[in-house]
Design a protein around this ligand. Structure first.
Ligand SMILES: [Zn+2]
Length: 276
């Protein structure tokens, strides 16, 4: 049977807020249906370097994406390209920086907001460039892409939590908390729907980086670097661990779940201890 992996990257979701407000996922954890760990993002704890790290399994010292201004294509093999080269289908509903990193740069909204090209690493993509795009739209686009091409690897990347963290008062604001609760519900609903149709699918819900109470991120504090990570799937071990894992473990974990080889540049081992 073909494996599918759904990766939900909630932009700017700090670990303690995820653990407090993603009620549906935390209920699954309590019921023994999910695993949970914390990940430490790379440095700087900013979006573009974190997207590149999540997809390549190495940080900016290796993949060259060291700041939000690094607009070049990422030259290190990434999970989308590695899956595509093995005949798997890839897709995403994501901020346009992912397209710049892995498909084409610079981003031209007129032609690049919707891409369907089997020769590109993210083959079936909806790429938004308005930070305030509602999360509901992102999940709806992910449903459309899933129906359109049934990707083996589909990434859903909502932005409202980070938008509140950066622009509406920081992690201490009501907007940040409310957006956490809402995207937690959207994630839970999406997973429930897909799981009912695809009982063999895997789901990972995590974030690129966190947020400071007073707003912003980029530095080396637990607020800015620690992100939650829930894992669901047919053979997941229902562990809620206290340990902090390395965010670079995500890429090899995804390849391993897809049944693909882990390339030698990914030196952090996959999170196999969270699966039977
Ligand atoms: Zn971000």
């Amino acid at each position: 049977m073909e494996t599918t992996v759904y990766l939900i990257v909630v932009d700017g979701l700090r670990a303690d807020f995820g653990k407090r407000y993603f009620n549906g996922l935390n209920r699954w954890l309590e019921e023994g249906k999910a695993a949970y760990t914390k990940l430490r993002s790379g440095l700087p704890s900013d979006s573009r370097p974190s997207y590149a790290l999540i997809a390549t399994g190495v940080d900016g010292s290796v993949n060259t994406i060291t700041s939000n201004g690094s607009r070049q294509r990422c030259p290190v093999p990434n999970i989308f390209g590695l899956a595509r080269q093995k005949g798997l289908r890839t897709g995403g509903a994501m901020y346009h920086w992912w397209s710049e990193l892995f498909n084409k740069t610079p981003f031209d909204p007129a032609t690049d907001y919707r891409q369907y090209d089997l020769e590109r690493d993210i083959q079936d993509g909806y790429f938004y460039n308005a930070d305030e795009t509602p999360d509901e739209v992102i999940f709806e686009k992910a449903r459309e892409i899933r129906a359109h091409s049934r990707p083996h690897l589909l990434v859903i990347h909502p932005m409202s939590v980070d938008y509140a963290g950066d622009n509406l008062g920081g992690a201490a604001s009501a907007a940040y908390r409310e957006n956490c609760i809402r995207v937690g519900e959207l994630s839970h609903q999406f997973i429930k729907e897909v799981m009912a149709e695809e009982p063999g699918a895997y789901f990972i819900v995590t974030a690129d980086h966190g947020a400071r109470d007073q707003g912003g991120h980029g530095g080396d504090s637990d607020e800015e670097r620690l992100v939650p990570c829930w894992l669901l799937g047919p053979n997941v071990r229902p562990i809620g661990e206290q340990e902090i894992r390395d965010q670079r473990a995500l890429a090899p974990t995804i390849l391993w779940l897809l049944g693909l080889d882990i390339p030698p540049h990914m030196t952090v081992p996959p999170l196999t201890h969270l699966f039977h």
